[in-house]
Design a protein around this ligand. Structure first.
Ligand code: ADP
Length: 475
């Protein structure tokens, strides 16, 4: 149809264009503060001229970062939808897979199109594919190509005059750590928003959004069921929660039932938990070596969970039937008078190191694989949280909202202290795993043999297996 119709088609291979998305902030649930932050941008985009006359300009770039499936694309579309402006989307990887010289001209095309429809939004998903640190390791290949694409993005962003037409560039990534710092400089992506995993209340809100077009016996039953799912879906993303409801709908239809019931929902939840991140579903196809690595990982995580027991979040079981970048150990949430002490934060850093420490121990530093990769970032993130946001360390009593608040010498101080906590966490984790070496081996054997192990059996092994005394680890 409309003015963008032909444009959308001619560039369909790498740019998709929509007059506007029709998505609103109501479609994104949980993490209300993110919506509040973005609302302001929408107001500026909408009343371009009015704000400009007051000297208020829209930021040029917003960077959304967080794990896949947390709703970054959805948020970008909601900004366009709320402001009623055209939406141009491309993916970072699209820019790099073609011939030399193409990446830069594609970027140029994209910006030219968006500018001619300003105010408008450009969304670049997986921006790390094109915007990773220059001169760093060439992870995806196509280094020169990528560099040209990145330079072109920087040129384009520096090129718009804020006083003329507004083009807001929204980038999304789950690898903030590898982005070229040039992208994050003032006047480029200077608004950085983390889109994290939803909390329990967030999960409930997301489930409510996606349950709107589904049939339940009654409003009351729906609320009770969704509450139960929210409680049992720790670490799920919005996309995964949506899948649970869709899957439950399919199961309901298959059984020729009129309403989604508890049984269908729990079955769908179980399936979602067991789904591989790779999209495979048949567990018999996990290669033997990966099974062994998964078993060691789960055993190590389980032993740490015994070593630092959490009365409010006891673990229930684990298995090696699914390959995820996070441990499969499952927890029950018991509400109680939960309050976290400094030691709890520190212990959780140690615990988070387990997948990485055991994999290095068993398979060697040069033979690590991706199933322990997330542990490193998770542990560092926790250490950073403890230092920056709790006021419980030598770092001081000031609250720092994010790293961009840091003046240079504070950044160095943070890094030194984080290194210190990470060193302790890795050494302590390694010491616990050595002390409970026999428990780790026994749990691993059971996992390999049976595929799963329950909490009672883990506790039994942990308490009874011989221990190898270790020297204390000082912090
Ligand atoms: P990302 O871009 O972060 O990988 P997406 O925006 O593609 O994630 O999310 C995929 C889908 O998951 C969305 O289209 C939406 O249906 C659902 N979803 C994810 N997060 C949320 C959320 N917070 N609220 C509602 N739905 C969500």
């Amino acid at each position: 149809g409309g003015p963008l119709g032909s444009l959308g088609k001619s560039r369909a291979k790498f740019i998709s264009a929509e007059e506007t998305t029709g998505v609103t902030f109501d479609d994104f649930a949980g993490q209300e503060y993110i919506k509040r932050e973005l609302q302001e941008i929408v107001r500026i985009l909408k009343n371009d001229e009015e704000f400009q006359s007051k000297g208020i300009y829209c930021p040029k770039g917003v960077l959304l970062h967080g794990p896949p499936g947390t709703g970054k694309t959805l948020l970008a579309k909601a900004i366009a939808g709320e402001a009623g402006v055209p939406f141009f989307a491309a993916t970072g990887t699209d820019f790099v897979e073609m011939f030399v010289g193409v990446a830069a001209s594609r970027v140029k095309d994209l910006f030219a199109s968006a500018r001619s429809f300003a105010p408008s939004i450009i969304f670049i998903d997986e921006i790390d594919a094109i915007g990773s640190k220059r001169g760093g390791p060439d992870l995806g290949g196509g280094g020169a190509e990528r560099e040209q694409g990145l330079l072109q993005i920087l040129t384009e962003m520096d090129g718009f005059k804020v006083s003329t037409s507004q083009v807001l560039v929204i980038g999304a990534t789950n690898r903030l750590d590898i982005l070229d710092p040039a992208l994050l400089r003032k006047g480029r992506f200077d608004k950085i928003i983390r889109v994290g995993l939803p909390s329990k209340d967030g999960r409930l809100a997301i489930l409510q959004v996606h349950a709107k077009n589904k049939f339940f016996r009654s409003e009351e039953e729906k609320n009770t069921l969704l509450q139960e799912i929210a409680e049992n879906s720790v670490d799920f993303t919005g996309a995964e929660l949506q899948n649970v409801l869709n899957e439950a709908g399919i199961l309901t239809a298959r059984k020729d039932l009129d309403y989604i019931g508890r049984e269908e929902l729990l079955e769908a939840l179980k399936r979602q938990k067991g789904t591989f991140e790779t999209g495979q579903e048949d567990s018999t196809e996990i290669p033997e070596e990966l099974k062994l690595r998964l078993a060691y990982r789960e055993a190590a995580v389980a032993v740490l969970a015994c070593y630092y027991p959490n009365p409010y979040r006891p673990f229930t079981e684990t298995d090696i039937r699914s390959i995820r970048s996070r441990p499969n150990l499952r927890y029950a949430e018991i509400s109680g008078k939960v309050f976290s002490k400094k030691s709890d934060f520190v212990n959780s850093i140690v615990h988070a190191c387990a997948p990485r420490v055991i994999e290095e121990e068993m398979f060697g530093i040069d033979n690590l694989c991706w199933i322990s990769a997330k542990a490193t970032s998770e542990a560092s993130r926790r250490a950073e949280f403890l230092i920056l946001q709790t006021g419980m360390t030598a770092f001081g009593k000031t609250f720092y909202r994010n790293q961009s608040d840091l003046v240079p010498n504070l950044a160095a101080k943070l890094e030194a202290l984080r290194d210190e906590y990470m060193r302790f966490a890795v050494e302590k984790c390694s010491s616990v795993l050595n002390e409970y070496h026999f428990s780790v081996e026994t749990i691993t054997d059971i996992l390999l043999e049976k595929g799963e192990i329950k909490a009672e059996e883990i506790w039994d092994i942990y308490k009874k297996a011989p221990r190898i005394p270790q020297p204390p680890v000082p912090l």
